[in-house]
Design a protein around this ligand. Structure first.
Ligand code: SF4
Ligand code: SF4
Length: 392
């Protein structure tokens, strides 16, 4: 449920600065972004899920579609309605736009007296993403903390981030897998957006969250939102939060999870985990990566690139002749303990924003909102361990 102050803020914001865009005129927004030089990206239906693609027309958006998500299950269904943002999210968050899955870092060329290196920064590009959710924005804030606001500022991430314009959509329906309300990251977009939309029947309530957003909004010359419309938006967001069936109680973290280091549940979950890496690929906050050196055929130059990697990959734990996480149990424990406990010590926040993607896209439906309570409950030794299963 939205806190009282939050409700007042939304309604005050709505009556003072929010504008109303008829859903039928959403194309104005796309055209205004294009006119400002942005490549516009939005959710489209492809091969049974929703992915980000460059779009030029509102008709490409998943109008009338809704997603159903459960542990290990994702389905789209066409409702026949004119709802534009009925699909909550697909497997991708905002992560690929700023932390590229494959990022060329630099080239090394042989020269007469040794070698020269030249960085290969990405070309700066203005990209406007339409349809990001509150959990995606919370993930973006965390990635910013890691790549921009820590000891080192990552120039590759910074170049992509500088050109990003985010049009968020406040959620008015929750999935079975969502638990952003308990993580206090959603379902309303709080920060990190340029514009935020709330779909109320055939109208979109538009709120600016940055100077760039305010500038764009002023160009659209829209009418101001009424109190009645903003109240309806609040009611729907509130109902969305109240309808979430999953929650994650993080009140005893991080210490309780550190204390569970030898809990038998780690063996049990490791017996189900396939170490497929899906959960880390879809997670908006995971940032594990590896580097790759590609030598050209003339052996005169190499390209050095950064690639997404996962702490579930066996090779990722290989350091100086030894694998420090040889079993799946080691890797699942590492992932969950970092995500929910040591991340707090490291970055001052949870590494989980409650998007639920790791639950949906896990092929065996492992659900961290079930695993955490089990791990925090005194347990007994399971009858079969993951090591025994791996040995069969
Ligand atoms: S751990 Fe799972 S629910 Fe949490 S942010 Fe990552 S993908 Fe989303
Ligand atoms: S928890 Fe699920 S998604 Fe993650 S590595 Fe294990 S099987 Fe794959």
């Amino acid at each position: 449920m939205l806190e009282r102050d939050e409700r007042i803020r939304i309604m005050a914001t709505a009556s003072e600065t929010c504008a109303v865009l008829p859903s039928a005129d959403l194309q104005w927004l796309l055209d205004a972004l294009s006119a400002k030089g942005y490549r516009v990206v939005g959710p489209i239906v492809r091969e049974g899920s929703v992915v980000w693609e460059t779009i030029s027309s509102v008709s490409e958006l998943p109008i009338g579609w809704r997603d159903q998500q459960e542990p290990g299950r994702y389905r789209l269904e066409q409702t026949g309605s004119q709802e534009i943002f009925g699909v909550v999210h697909g497997p991708q968050s905002l992560k690929p736009f700023i932390f590229a899955p494959r990022e060329p870092l630099f080239q090394i060329k042989r020269s007469k007296d040794g070698f020269t290196t030249s960085p290969t920064l990405p070309q700066s590009e203005k990209v406007a993403v339409i349809g990001a959710r509150a959990c995606d924005l919370a993930g973006l804030v965390i990635q910013d903390r890691i790549f921009l606001n820590d000891t080192y500022r990552d120039p590759y991430y910074a170049t992509r981030r500088d050109g990003l314009f985010v049009v968020a959509v406040n959620c008015t329906r929750s999935l079975q897998t969502c638990f952003c309300a308990s993580m206090e990251t959603g379902p309303r977009a709080k920060r990190g957006f340029d514009l935020a939309l709330t779909e109320v029947d055939d109208r979109l309530l538009v709120e600016a969250g940055s100077e760039a957003g305010r500038d764009l909004l002023s160009n659209l010359s829209l009418s101001t939102g009424s109190e009645q419309l903003s109240a309806e938006a609040v009611t729907r967001i509130d109902a969305c939060a109240g309808g979430q069936v999953r929650r994650l109680d993080h009140s005893r973290l991080p210490q309780a999870l550190y204390d569970a280091h030898e809990h038998p549940r780690w063996d049990e979950v490791a017996g189900r985990c396939l170490a497929c890496t899906n959960c880390t690929m879809v997670c908006p906050t995971c940032f594990c990566h590896t580097v790759e050196e590609t030598l050209d055929l003339s052996r005169q130059q190499t390209a050095h690139a950064r690639l997404w990697d996962s702490c579930f990959a066996q090779e990722h734990g290989y350091i100086h002749g030894k694998n420090i996480r040889p079993t799946i149990k080691d890797r699942y424990r590492m992932w969950l303990t970092h995500k929910l406990a040591s991340w707090i010590d490291q970055f001052g926040t949870s590494g989980c924003v409650g998007c639920g993607r790791c639950i949906t896209w896990c092929p065996v439906g492992i659900d961290l909102t079930e695993e955490l309570p089990a791990l925090l409950t005194p347990g007994t030794q399971p009858s079969i361990t993951s090591q025994q299963l791996e040995g069969t």
